[in-house]
Design a binder for this molecule. Structure first.
Ligand SMILES: [Zn+2]
Ligand SMILES: [Zn+2]
Length: 236
């Protein structure tokens, strides 16, 4: 089994704390209150953790001609700037949905939509799944839906639909159970959104018959055969 890469500095496992502690980001040296550090005390703030990844997400989505958001997500996840787990997935889910929605005939300005997705996705903290009981991949799908329907807090019908999509994502993610996996949760949110958008907006994105995850060996907490995307045989 390959080494699971957790801490970006030393690759050792991360510790999740029940209460926040004062920490200094090993990259930018700014001070934060955080729930997570590695066993050697390294801490990377969300902004530093996702900076390169967000650039990779935006550029790949803008260049993509795919209507298949799960395939596009896996393509972006292979970029080394996207870590095994991390808050960049809170932008990634909505971004691949926006790009695929556009290619499938959705009427949006993609660049502006991706920028808005990044603004909203970046506001969701790392670890929100376990700390708030609300996975950021699901919220990212909801943000995608709000962006393409121009929903705001005063909207009627689309306000309801956006919340229903997030709920549907959370239901499936929750039923699979933890520990968190940003790959499993992202793929689940994306596939849920594809069905929802087809039904409610009449835009049909593509999906593969079976979506297979190539990242199991990189995830120390992979639930393996309990995961619908688990495959021993997919090379990274
Ligand atoms: Zn470390
Ligand atoms: Zn930092």
């Amino acid at each position: 089994m390959g080494k699971a890469l957790e801490c970006l500095i030393c690759s050792e496992p991360l510790l999740y704390l029940e209460k926040q502690e004062k920490m200094v980001c090993s990259f930018c040296q700014r001070k934060f209150d955080s729930y997570v550090k590695c066993i050697h005390g390294h801490y990377i703030c969300d902004t530093c953790h996702e900076a390169q990844g967000l650039k990779a997400i935006r550029e790949t989505c803008l260049a993509s001609s795919s209507r298949n958001p799960a395939a596009l997500a896996l393509q972006i996840m292979r970029n080394p700037a996207i870590y095994m787990h991390g808050p960049e997935h809170h932008t990634l889910v909505g971004a691949v949905l926006l790009a695929s929605f556009k290619q499938a005939g959705g009427d949006i300005m993609l660049l502006q939509a991706l920028e808005e997705m990044q603004r909203r996705g970046s506001q969701l903290p790392g670890g929100i799944c376990g700390l708030y009981g609300c996975c950021g991949a699901a919220v990212s799908a909801g943000a995608f839906y709000s962006i393409v329907t121009n929903a705001i807090p005063l909207s009627g019908h689309v306000w309801g639909q956006g919340n229903q999509l997030t709920a549907a994502c959370l239901m499936r993610i929750g039923q699979l159970g933890g520990p968190r996996c940003c790959k499993r949760d992202s793929l689940t949110a994306i596939l849920t959104a594809v069905d929802f958008v087809s039904e409610h907006l009449g835009i049909t994105m593509e999906t593969d018959e079976q979506v297979l995850c190539p990242f199991s060996e990189k995830n120390a907490q992979c639930i393996r055969r309990k995961c619908p995307y688990y495959s021993k045989s997919v090379p990274r």
